[in-house]
Design a protein around this ligand. Structure first.
Ligand code: HEM
Length: 112
């Protein structure tokens, strides 16, 4: 009986964990229709200064760096948010594009 009860409890807990973990879409990859489309000119407004969001484009994808401690006031090792920093992150940074997987995607860059 004790064994049976334990088994039932275990199944119950496992089911609760499974239900709790399942989501329809992962938070870090918003659906296509939720993504913004910004030109370079529009992107420039999101410079991370004075409470504005800090957005940076790399390879046509726009990332939100606002919540990163390393991008305070939209600045990071001499680089500024509100721009396309594809060349810079690939050519000048020690980390390369690997750090981008930690950043939320908010949109994509479009031509003027
Ligand atoms: C001389 C140039 C740069 C230096 C020395 C530098 C250095 C660093 C260091 C030491 C870190 C923390 C370690 C790590 O997360 O791997 C970091 C994180 C990061 N860097 Fe850079 N970086 C440079 C340029 C850039 C550029 C051009 C971008 C543009 C997209 C960039 C984006 C990021 C991001 C998104 C993170 C992760 C922030 C976080 O996790 O909150 N970095 N950088």
């Amino acid at each position: 009986m004790n064994k049976y009860l334990k088994m039932v409890l275990l199944i119950l807990i496992a089911s609760l964990i499974l239900v709790g973990c399942s989501t329809d879409s992962p938070a870090e990859e918003p659906a296509e229709e939720e993504l913004m489309e910004l030109t370079l000119e529009e992107l420039a407004e999101f410079d991370g200064k004075d409470g504005r969001k800090a957005y940076v484009a790399v390879d046509g994808v726009i990332y939100d760096f606002t919540d990163s401690n390393m991008w305070g006031q939209g600045e990071h090792n001499g680089y500024e948010a509100g721009q396309d920093l594809t060349e810079e992150i690939k050519g000048a940074s020690p980390h390369g594009v690997s750090v981008l997987s930690r950043m939320p995607i908010v949109g994509r860059l479009i031509e003027d």
